[in-house]
Design a protein around this ligand. Structure first.
Ligand SMILES: NC(=O)c1ccc[n+]([C@@H]2O[C@H](COP(=O)([O-])OP(=O)(O)OC[C@H]3O[C@@H](n4cnc5c(N)ncnc54)[C@H](OP(=O)(O)O)[C@@H]3O)[C@@H](O)[C@H]2O)c1
Length: 437
């Protein structure tokens, strides 16, 4: 890529897309287009032109490519959500994701895009695969039920990139990011992922604890919950917060006891200290607020700061070609591949090499992560400490846990020359500062 290459970021308003845009601007790229679907553009950068498009519409995508002729494509547009949304909106998740990726990948091929980066996700690996997750575990076992439709769509996207590369010699790379978090994350309590949901719930819990109604109303005006905004009466606000697990615990409703009592706060002096059920722990102190966390809190997850993820995406776009991720699978070494008579990224040479080797090429995607995981329970306590919330947690074991452990093996990424730089605590501090703005 040169400074003036025509680069398109599909999904430029999303968590990943906006982070990729920041990175591209930071690195001095000057010819950048971004697309959005419904979100208002709040983040104006004069160097970037935003275009509204529904990527599920085949004709609109074809027209877009004809008009704008991109050279490099980041496909960061997708229908994305947490466990609940994936489980309930199953049809939307499979249909919209298949449509978006079919349209963009096919048009990238027809319009001779030089390189495309497709975003998969580590949640599409089999639910019980060995840990840490290696690229080769894809399609080796049963998928997690809650996000099966989404996973099937994403796997189709990866196979589509791989197949176009093998048949037509395109240079389409798929990456498998772990859970991401960062600026422009989705804090909608109905649909968000665990980390932003916990940040918002714990923040609102702290506001309730401090009787800070100005901030509660500001928060709800910015992000209404089920249409309830900051102008609603207190009762209605309390009802909606309660529905989403930010609860004022009446003393006569308590049925559980603290197992994580913090030394920083005064000891429990009321009847709660006499209760003995440890099955659903609440951290407790003088605060009357508890935050509901879905599941047992035991599943372990890995989190990557979205700007690190963007850095990895741009690094791969700049430095990694399809031939680099398959050289170990062909029975020729990478030296022979790169000295092949014509460049491997043209539409015939890779195909020729592939056919002449008569070998199977799979799992050409690249994991992107930190290689480190944390339990949901420890994550909740980490966020609690960062935000300064004094209340406790209620782990609602009637809600699904999802896969028990998910951490990526990032050795392929490391061998390609990239490593993460922001650790979880620093990332949460940053995203909380951003959230408060
Ligand atoms: N977030 C994570 O933790 C994570 C982890 C692993 C992988 N990924 C992958 O990274 C990619 C981006 O995820 P994200 O978290 O950035 O999602 P996101 O914040 O929800 O952003 C999605 C983007 O896609 C756009 N979009 C959705 N439907 C569209 C449509 N029909 N037409 C045009 N644009 C559409 C959205 O536009 P509007 O905002 O205008 O609607 C938005 O810009 C996805 O492929 C996801 O699987 C994400």
């Amino acid at each position: 890529m040169t400074d003036h290459s025509k680069i398109v970021v599909f999904g430029g308003t999303g968590l990943v897309g906006s982070a990729i845009l920041r990175k591209l601007v930071e690195k001095g790229y000057k010819n950048i287009l971004a697309t959005y679907h419904r979100s208002p553009i709040t983040d104006h950068r004069s160097l970037i032109t935003f275009i509204q498009i529904d990527l599920t519409n085949q004709q609109s995508v074809a027209d877009f490519f004809k008009t704008h002729r991109p050279e490099y494509v980041f496909l960061a547009a997708a229908k994305v959500g947490g466990i609940w949304a994936n489980n309930v909106y199953r049809a939307d998740f499979i249909y919209q994701n298949l449509q978006i990726q079919n349209n963009v990948i096919h048009q990238s091929y027809l319009n001779e895009v030089k390189k495309l980066l497709f975003l998969g996700s580590t949640c599409i690996y089999p639910k019980n695969c060995p840990q840490p997750i290696k690229e080769e575990y894809l399609l080796t076992g049963e998928l997690e039920y809650t996000n099966e439709p989404y996973a099937i769509a994403k796997i189709a996207g990866i196979k589509m990139c791989e197949s176009f590369n093998l048949q037509y010699g395109t240079n389409f790379i798929s990456v498998m990011p772990t859970n991401l978090y960062g600026e422009n994350d989705n804090f909608d309590l109905e649909k968000s992922h665990v980390l932003p949901a916990l940040i918002r719930k714990i923040h609102l819990g702290k506001c309730l604890e401090e009787n800070n109604w100005n901030e509660i109303r500001r928060d709800l005006n910015k992000r209404p919950i089920e249409g309830v905004d900051g102008n609603a009466p207190k009762d209605e606000i309390l009802r909606i917060l309660d529905k989403y697990g930010i609860k004022i615990t009446e003393s006569d409703q308590l049925s559980v006891i603290s197992d994580h009592f913090s030394a920083h706060y005064s000891p429990i002096t009321d009847h709660r200290s006499q209760l003995t059920d440890h099955s659903s722990p609440i951290t407790d102190n003088s605060s009357p607020i508890t935050i509901e966390v879905w599941g047992t809190g035991k599943p372990k997850r890995e989190f990557l700061w979205s700007d690190d993820m963007a850095d990895a995406c741009v690094f791969i776009m700049e430095n990694v070609d399809f031939k680099d991720v398959i050289s170990d699978q062909l029975s020729v070494n990478s030296k022979q591949l790169t000295t092949h008579s014509s460049p491997l990224t043209d539409h015939s040479s890779l195909f020729t090499v592939y056919r002449s080797q008569i070998t199977e090429i799979r799992n050409t995607h690249i994991n992107i992560g930190t290689g480190k995981d944390i339990s949901i329970k420890d994550l909740a306590y980490l966020i609690k400490d960062i935000i300064g919330f004094r209340g406790g947690f209620y782990f609602n074991t009637s809600k699904p846990d999802g896969t028990m452990r998910k951490v990526t093996d990032v050795s392929k990424l490391h061998s390609l020359g990239w490593r993460h730089s922001i650790e979880l605590k620093e990332g949460i501090e940053r995203v909380y500062r951003w959230y408060l703005k």
